[in-house]
Design a protein around this ligand. Structure first.
Ligand code: GLA
Length: 490
């Protein structure tokens, strides 16, 4: 008995030690926020971050769960040899220093995200953290940083297999943990060396691909693994389209779990080069696959239609679902006989969500993507075995007029605090600050459940007409009959 207890205790200690590497209690659901890189690159400043933060509050985005304001590359000015070689913030861009930025973000109820690189330099050529993990982690903690995006440029040849990359990234994980401050750890090694195999032991998320760009499906050889080969893609790259990244994600969805997520890269919604339908599909996919939802547009110039996409609480509730299980791709067909990985395709993704009907049957998310240039109502369907209530998650999308009114009502044109909250203007906005997504779902809040469109009967089909390069997204809720056993329906 004593021996058995000892073995249990030893096993528990081992587990605790292992879990300790990433057990920071963060990203239990995928992290949400904003990062400047996609829209603004190196054009960073205190003004940009704080003005964006004010707008995130004013536009109701904070209330929807967008929490972290992440500063990307190009913020530093070398190291201070007379202060332990610690990183120096560029005072022309951040005149009050980083701690002041963190303080202001915290006052607004937001988190501060910081960027560095597991290499000698960052991708923009600034000082990297390789060899300085402890001093940099301590600096970030002392500034009040809540999140670290950790890049992969100039890694001095410390890549090429999983063990080498993991060891390099683990150094920063350990240094962050040793600070005692919970800091969400977001690996940005572009899918190199298969981070989905080892990332969950040290980090909260890992990029699965080279950099996204504002494009639906254009082939670009700078982004490798374009087709069926994506199941085994350990190469980095850039200029990756939305469908390229979705394809890569389709093979590794099982690697996502609470606290550790596949990161499909920052959102491009609002950056201007895709259609509204493409942005809807992009946002829906990222949400269903449980990617972090990090807005990547310039919030200061956001268009109403884009605010309305980013504000869809029913879609975000899928992303933030308490069961933390990624949707997977169930089928992919080429249009008119084309290779589905190269030519236009249609695809169906689905996955289980926490039950909102009492627990026996999971809810389901069903996402239909039409990559074709024409509307194709025929092929997007699937037979079901029991009855399901079908709820359209885009039916209640905020109108452009309402989004425009929210934007117009903000006076945060500088570092101005208005105290204004979009929930006062927007009718029926969801407020996660008051009620978590988990609680809202449990209470069957209609803002999260979408609109009932139909109930599909046993042997019936779920059919939708989907815009070209667009998506339809549904929550299915079981209407159980006594004879039907729980099964994997879709
Ligand atoms: C890499 C990352 C991007 C961005 C830039 C900054 O390309 O993948 O997300 O951080 O570096 O230089």
């Amino acid at each position: 008995m004593a021996l058995r207890n000892l073995i249990f205790t030893a096993a528990a200690a081992l587990f605790a030690a292992k879990a300790g590497a990433v057990d920071n209690g963060l990203a239990i659901t995928p992290q949400m926020g904003w990062d400047n890189w996609n829209a603004l690159g190196c054009d960073v400043s205190e003004d940009l971050l704080l003005q964006t933060a004010e707008l995130i509050v004013d536009y109701g985005l904070k209330d929807l769960g967008y929490h972290y304001v992440v500063l990307d590359d190009c913020w530093s000015k070398g190291r201070n040899a007379s202060n332990n070689n610690s990183l120096i913030a560029d005072s022309s861009k951040f005149p009050n220093g980083m701690a002041a930025v963190a303080d202001r973000l915290h006052e607004l109820g937001l988190g501060f995200g910081m960027y560095s690189d597991a290499g000698k330099y960052t991708c923009g050529g600034y000082a990297g953290s390789l060899g300085y993990e402890t001093v940099d982690a301590n600096t970030f903690a002392s500034w009040g940083v809540d999140y670290l995006k950790y890049d992969n440029c100039y890694n001095m040849g410390q890549a090429g297999n999983q063990q080498i990359s993991e060891a390099r990234y683990a150094k920063m994980a350990n240094a962050l943990n040793a600070t005692g401050r919970p800091i969400l750890y977001s690996l940005c090694n572009w899918g190199e060396d298969y981070p989905w195999n080892w990332g969950s032991t040290i980090a909260n998320s890992w990029r699965i691909s080279g950099d996204v760009y504002d494009n639906w499906d254009t082939y670009d050889s700078r982004c490798p693994c374009t087709g069926a080969d994506a199941w085994n893609c350990g190469l980095p790259g850039f200029h990756c389209s939305i469908l390229n990244i979705a394809n890569k994600a389709s093979f590794i969805v099982s690697k996502a779990q609470p606290g550790a997520w596949n990161d499909l890269d920052m959102l491009e919604v609002g950056n201007g080069a895709m259609t509204d339908a493409e942005y809807v599909a992009h946002f829906s996919l990222w949400a269903a696959v449980k990617s972090p939802l990090i807005m990547g547009n310039d919030i200061r110039t956001i268009a109403p239609a884009d605010l309305s996409i980013l504000s869809n609480a029913a879609v975000i509730a899928v992303n933030q679902d308490p069961s933390g299980s990624s949707a997977g791709r169930r089928w992919l067909y080429g249009i008119n006989g084309s290779d589905p990985f190269v030519g236009p395709s249609i695809q169906l993704w689905s996955g289980s969500l926490k039950s909102t009907t009492g627990g026996t049957y999971s809810d389901m998310v069903v996402l239909l993507i039409n990559g074709a240039d024409e509307t194709d109502p025929k092929a997007q369907r699937k037979q079901v075995k029991m009855s399901w209530e079908v709820r359209d998650l885009w039916a209640n999308r905020m109108s452009t007029d309402e989004a425009a009114a929210i934007i117009a009502a903000s006076t945060a044109t500088g570092n101005v605090t208005t105290g204004y909250n979009a929930t006062e203007v927007g009718t029926g906005r969801y407020n996660v600050t008051a009620t978590s997504y988990a609680a809202g779902l449990a209470a069957n809040d209609t803002l999260l459940l979408g609109n009932v469109t139909t109930t599909v009967q046993p042997s019936g089909t779920v059919t939708a007409t989907v815009d070209p390069h667009g998506a339809a997204m549904f929550r299915l809720r079981a209407v159980p009959t006594a004879a039907v056993k729980k099964r994997d329906e879709l």
